[in-house]
Design a protein around this ligand. Structure first.
Ligand code: SR1
Ligand code: MG
Length: 401
């Protein structure tokens, strides 16, 4: 058995060659390390003679974004490959296929999606994806319903909760999303121009209470198997296809955390529009598209989730009159709150977003940061009162006016 070490490109090629039925044993293969995320090595292996290609993703024993001083469990590679396989069993067209997982090397062999782009990049180029709302709402409804106590035998679900205990990756979220942005933490990366707004957040006790409530639910509410990091950098997209990747943060938590992550990242792009187009009409138009997408996703998610519940619900008590409406309302409220937390952490926390940070004009960047903080904090403060998705769109409109 090969003991763990970070693969070189030559070793990645040798490993790819050893996988049965993928490449001819003597064929020419080339490898490029293309990982641009915060945590892993990603090798793109291709066979020029046939055009065939695969991805080898290897977890590093530390967080690449910080360096070797931040050790990180390799078990996240197992979690990721097992979550991908569950997602594939529930919505096979919306995730990459996993061919193999090598535990010792923390290495997953999966479908190459280079014909797609990372959605964050696509949104920064202001592309539109007409099928995205249908795709992501179907992914969310199926992945969340069938792994919850509504769609699954409750004892089997508990076994699955055990399988996805993910303490180290959850700790990253507990700190970077639900703690550090609300105090003067060393991990923060505060843009000097908005120090006043950030200090306001550090001193806002009403806000801290709402964040503590959301953090409590993240810590304790094992509602469904979450992707756990469903931002637009975890989505590969093209006009007719969407693929959800990278579920290494997967664990059982509150459904609204995943839905909120998608909305937060659409809204961060919404906030950044003044940095990406000088034309008032065109950015207003793209902002309307982003808000319409948020509404479309929620509406479709709710419809699909209710329909799965009505057709395939396994729990007698969940059929009690009024329970489904109450449940969906709680998910919506969580979605508001987590969307807000996920916006705030991307402005002055450790890991930020290119939608904002790559804006060249300093005043447009500052405006994007301020809009994101304004909208993020208002979503958090409003979350326990939210009744319809339209309120999210209204808060977004208010933040830019
Ligand atoms: C140390 S990891 C920083 C961030 O990158 C991941 O994508 C997660 O969002 C995490 O919080
Ligand atoms: Mg990731």
């Amino acid at each position: 058995m090969t003991s763990y070490h970070a693969l070189t490109e030559a070793e990645a090629i040798a490993y790819a060659r050893s996988i049965p039925n993928l490449f001819a044993p003597d064929s020419e293969l080339s490898s490029r390390e293309i990982g641009d995320g915060n945590l892993n090595l990603v090798f793109h292996i291709s066979e020029p003679s046939t055009g065939r290609s695969i991805i080898l993703k290897q977890a590093l024993p530390y967080a690449k974004v910080v360096g070797e001083s931040w050790p990180l469990t390799l078990d996240r590679a197992r979690i990721e490959s097992e979550a991908l396989m569950i997602h594939e069993s529930l919505c096979s067209d919306l995730v990459p296929h996993v061919w193999a997982f090598e535990k010792e090397l923390a290495l997953t062999v999966m479908q190459d999606l280079s014909d797609h782009v990372i959605m964050r990049k696509g949104l920064m180029e202001r592309n539109r994806y007409p099928l995205f709302a249908e795709h992501i709402s179907r992914f969310l409804a199926n992945a969340l319903f069938y792994t919850s106590d509504l769609g699954r035998n409750q004892q089997e679900k508990k076994e699955s909760v055990k399988q996805f205990i993910n303490p180290e990756l959850c700790k990253i979220t507990e700190d970077l999303i639900f703690d550090d942005p609300y105090r003067n933490a060393d991990t923060n990366n505060v843009p000097p121009a908005i120090m006043d707004a950030v200090e306001h957040i550090w001193n806002d006790k009403e806000l801290h209470l709402e964040v503590a409530i959301l953090r409590n639910s993240f810590l304790t509410n094992a509602q469904a198997l979450l992707h756990g990091d469903l931002h637009t950098g975890s989505i590969f997209i093209k006009q007719d296809s969407t693929k959800v990747i990278d579920p290494e943060f997967a664990f059982y938590g509150p459904m609204g955390f995943d839905i909120g992550a998608v909305f937060a990242n659409l809204l961060l792009n919404f906030a950044a529009q003044e940095g990406w187009s000088a034309d008032v009409h065109s950015r207003a138009d793209y902002r309307s598209y982003l808000l319409a997408t948020v509404k479309d996703i929620w509406t479709r998610f709710e419809g699909e989730f209710r329909s799965l519940w009505n057709r395939y619900g396994v729990d007698r008590m969940s059929k009690t009159d009024g329970y489904q409406d109450w449940y969906i309302q709680q998910v919506l409220r969580d979605t508001f709150g987590y969307a807000g937390c996920k916006m705030v952490r991307r402005v002055h926390g450790l890991a930020q977003v290119a939608d904002i940070n790559q804006i060249e004009d300093e005043s447009a960047k500052e405006r994007a940061q301020r809009i994101s903080l304004q909208l993020g904090t208002s979503l958090i403060k409003h979350h326990r009162r939210a009744v319809t998705i339209d309120e999210m769109l209204e808060l977004a409109d208010k933040a830019i006016n």
